[in-house]
Design a protein around this ligand. Structure first.
Ligand SMILES: [Zn+2]
Length: 220
């Protein structure tokens, strides 16, 4: 079993690249925590209503719920390779995942891909962000606009919107928090002797994709 973790700030291009890798490598299953959470909300599960409450109040979703979603996903998918996007987000989640992989799958993290980007560039990208309410796809008015004005390329929805929390001061806070989490995660994996591959995420989408493919092929 191979387990690749993608770490990066919001708007580092992480989600786009994760989807790209999953389509390029059918043998790799993408665990996108954002998608798993959105599914819960869409299917109005008990957890889904908890998630909605936390989103409205701006509080964090309990790690126990997050961990159990990941555990269920791994148990359901009959593949040997996983790419994790948006999980683990904290060291405690990383410890949980390590234990799960060790105990249940006799496996471990193969490598961490770090989408490295200065936060100033992230601010610019986030402030021009356009989100799809229906499938979660993210576009950018400047660098990656939808092909047809006002239409989601992925699902065809017309529900594109700019998140109210994409105001500068809120963005700065979110990014600082995410950077702290990422640094802690990187320290944790570094101290566990897991290989960390630095990807220059300031490059354009095509070059970042190529760098990721090259890195994955090293372990393939
Ligand atoms: Zn969409």
């Amino acid at each position: 079993m191979r387990n690749f973790i993608l770490i990066g700030l919001p708007a580092s291009g992480k989600g786009t690249q994760a989807t790209f890798i999953a389509t390029q490598y059918p043998e790799i299953r993408l665990l996108s925590m954002g998608n798993l959470l959105r599914n819960e909300v869409r299917n109005s599960t008990e957890l889904g209503s908890l998630i909605q409450k936390s989103m409205l109040s701006g509080s964090l979703i309990n790690s126990e719920h997050i961990n159990s979603l990941a555990e269920q996903f791994l148990a359901k998918e009959q593949v040997n390779m996983f790419l994790y996007d948006g999980y683990p987000r904290t060291v405690s989640q990383a410890v949980f995942l390590n234990d799960l992989l060790n105990n249940k799958y006799k496996s471990e993290i193969t490598a961490v891909f770090y989408m490295n980007i200065p936060s100033e560039i992230v601010f610019d990208r986030m402030l021009g962000r356009l989100n799809c309410r229906d499938c979660g796809a993210v576009f950018n008015l400047k660098s990656n606009p939808p092909k047809q004005d006002g239409l989601c390329d992925v699902c065809g929805s017309m529900n594109l919107f700019i998140r109210p929390d994409d105001a500068r001061h809120i963005v700065e806070k979110r990014v600082a928090k995410a950077q702290t989490n990422n640094n802690e995660l990187l320290d944790f994996y570094r101290s566990s002797n897991i290989k960390i591959i630095d990807i220059d995420a300031t490059n354009d989408i095509v070059h970042v994709s190529a760098a990721l493919k090259y890195s994955i092929n090293l372990f393939h």
